[in-house]
Design a protein around this ligand. Structure first.
Ligand code: ACO
Length: 337
């Protein structure tokens, strides 16, 4: 049987920085409020002509190079995004495959919001373990600035742009294998976090507030932040406890806890509930904000590039997002060298 190994990581952030001070000139907010409630200090914003696929390609080039896998041997590309280059089609994964020069691949996008990277990790693992694919490139890429309402202080302070990518490859060494991936969803909470307009049913959906239907052309994100916060803490903690128990792994065996970077207070609450030490918890929310499907691979890239992530170390990934969706994963870092 083939196992799936997490071989490499890469990430990209656009140049332009939008600080809390900048936002306080745009909406009624302050650096103090944003820092205290979210831990975010700044976020990166893509240029108008820089698309989600452009950012994903830059992250992917790094991941491919660091994996040592030849482009001709990559057989699948999966992208997690809620801000694709185009609505419906073509998928951002197909666009990126061509930009990367990968001409003989299966390519598709998935929509699981901030849990997207954990979902595509589970897909890569399943395809590899079944023997259908050998080298799967997974990419979380987001241009959230394109779907953010910069007059809504409840959401515009949270989101940023960026991309992260990883190569997941077949191996016969069990010690290199991704141990487990959990994914879940509950549509009962769909209205907590949504882009209410632009879809086939939204204008007639009783769940969408009448006020939002007025903005017929807007595909902006809407969020019931406070309710989302509470469900996030509950769900993230429960999921992590389950994956650790099922795999008989103690929290002190985790070298790097890499949660979705939505809000420092959410991460702190989950870390405390799991009795994790400060040095185990990876935090990038201050400099990138919430980059949805890109946030976990961007955070992994940060610890990789700063030399904190070493071969064989165990990562625990944990995510939560619109849908609602959630997921967690136990992943040893298994580069070739
Ligand atoms: N600046 C100043 N005041 C603000 C701002 C702001 N930017 N935003 C809201 N407020 C005000 C509100 O109007 C409210 O005022 P009131 O008391 O006079 O009514 C007060 O601050 C408190 O508002 P809350 O919404 O209760 O603030 P909260 O502490 O919950 O923080 C936040 C809001 C940061 C959005 C938080 O709820 C949060 O992080 N939620 C979870 C986000 C998340 O995890 N999303 C899931 C992933 S995202 C994805 O899937 C794409």
């Amino acid at each position: 049987m083939s196992y799936a190994a997490f071989r490499s990581i890469g990430a990209y952030v656009p140049e332009k920085i939008l600080s809390n001070e900048d936002l306080s000139t745009m909406v009624d907010t302050s650096d103090e409020w944003i820092t205290k409630r979210t831990g975010i200090k700044e976020r990166h914003i893509a240029a108008e002509t820089e698309f989600t696929s452009d950012m994903g390609v830059k992250a992917a080039e790094l991941a491919i190079e660091r994996s040592g896998v030849a482009k001709k041997d990559i057989d699948m590309v999966v992208c997690a995004t809620i801000s694709p280059d185009y609505f419906c089609m073509p998928s951002t994964a197909t666009i990126m495959s061509t930009k990367l020069g990968l001409n003989n691949v299966t390519a598709f996008d998935i929509s699981a919001a901030c849990t997207g990277f954990v979902y595509i990790l589970s897909i890569a693992k399943a395809f590899i373990e079944s023997g259908m694919k050998k080298n799967v490139l997974i990419i979380g890429a987001e241009k959230l600035s394109a779907i953010t309402d910069y007059t809504d202080r409840g959401t515009c302070i949270l989101f940023g742009d960026g991309a992260g990518a990883a190569m997941i490859c077949a191996t016969d060494k069990k010690e290199e294998a991704i141990i487990d991936v959990h994914t879940g969803a509950d549509g009962e909470y769909a209205d907590l976090l949504m882009t209410p307009n632009g879809g086939s049913g939204s204008a007639h959906d009783a769940k969408v507030d009448d006020a939002l239907k007025q903005e017929a052309n807007s595909c902006f994100m809407q969020m019931k932040g406070n309710e989302t916060f509470k469900v996030a803490v509950r769900t993230l903690t429960k999921d992590v406890v389950e994956i650790l128990n099922e795999n008989k792994i103690q929290s002190d065996e985790i070298k790097h806890f890499v949660p979705h970077q939505a809000n420092y207070r959410i991460i702190k609450a989950v870390g405390d509930a799991l009795k994790l030490k400060e040095e185990q918890v990876v935090l990038t929310v201050a400099k990138y904000g919430n980059t949805s499907g890109a946030s976990i691979p961007m955070a992994i890239n940060d610890i990789y590039e700063s030399g904190r992530l070493q071969k064989g170390e165990l990562m625990l990934l944990d995510a939560f997002g619109g849908g609602l969706t959630w997921g967690s994963a136990l992943v040893p870092f298994s580069p070739n060298k």
